[in-house]
Design a protein around this ligand. Sequence first.
Ligand SMILES: Nc1ncnc2c1ncn2[C@@H]1O[C@H](COP(=O)(O)OP(=O)(O)O)[C@@H](O)[C@H]1O
Ligand SMILES: O=C(O)C1=C[C@@H](OP(=O)(O)O)[C@@H](O)[C@H](O)C1
Ligand SMILES: [Mg+2]
Length: 173
Amino acid sequence: MSSQSSNIYLVGPMGAGKTTVGRLLARELGKQFYDSDREIETRTGVDIPTIFEYEGEEGFRRRETEVLRDLVTLSDIVLATGGGIILREENRRLLQDHGFVVYLYCPVEKQLERTARDTHRPLLRTSNPKKRLAELLAVRAPLYESIADCTLNTGECASRQAVKKIIQAYRNS
Ligand SMILES: Nc1ncnc2c1ncn2[C@@H]1O[C@H](COP(=O)(O)OP(=O)(O)O)[C@@H](O)[C@H]1O
Ligand SMILES: O=C(O)C1=C[C@@H](OP(=O)(O)O)[C@@H](O)[C@H](O)C1
Ligand SMILES: [Mg+2]
């Protein structure tokens, strides 16, 4: 983390709670909240499944990096990222250099439960989403860990509890 950073960046897999916890955390700390997925949707005027459909995952990743380059220029924000943002080395460096990085995770079973009702995650539109989540995590977990300033299992805690724990870790950093 850059010393005395006023930004908190949440990374972690789909369903870990980045968007939900991030919004609450920002409110609690009086910081501006951003979500990289929402930012991409606002800029393009279409939803994420549509971007995947027309531009593929590669097109989405390109847009994700463009958005991140802009968001790291802001101060005093909480940013919830998309689960795959850590795939690009440039993104990992941008996150590490400009904020306090919190890795949120939970067991794959919980990820599955929490993502089951929402059909807006193109990578989970498969006959076996649990297997997909496990495969993604196997590749990505070391990448999340490599940039995390703090790690939190949201599997057994309510979002409000997660917020408290993050604030504690952030203030002690
Ligand atoms: N700590 C939590 N406990 C229980 N449910 C949660 C928790 N965090 C998130 N959820 C629920 O899980 C779903 C996915 O959360 P979301 O914030 O979109 O995850 P992410 O942005 O990491 O993919 C939402 O319906 C949300 O209400
Ligand atoms: O894990 C991923 O690659 C993705 C996670 C999603 O965000 P959430 O992690 O907020 O669900 C979203 O960016 C897109 O569907 C791709
Ligand atoms: Mg999200």
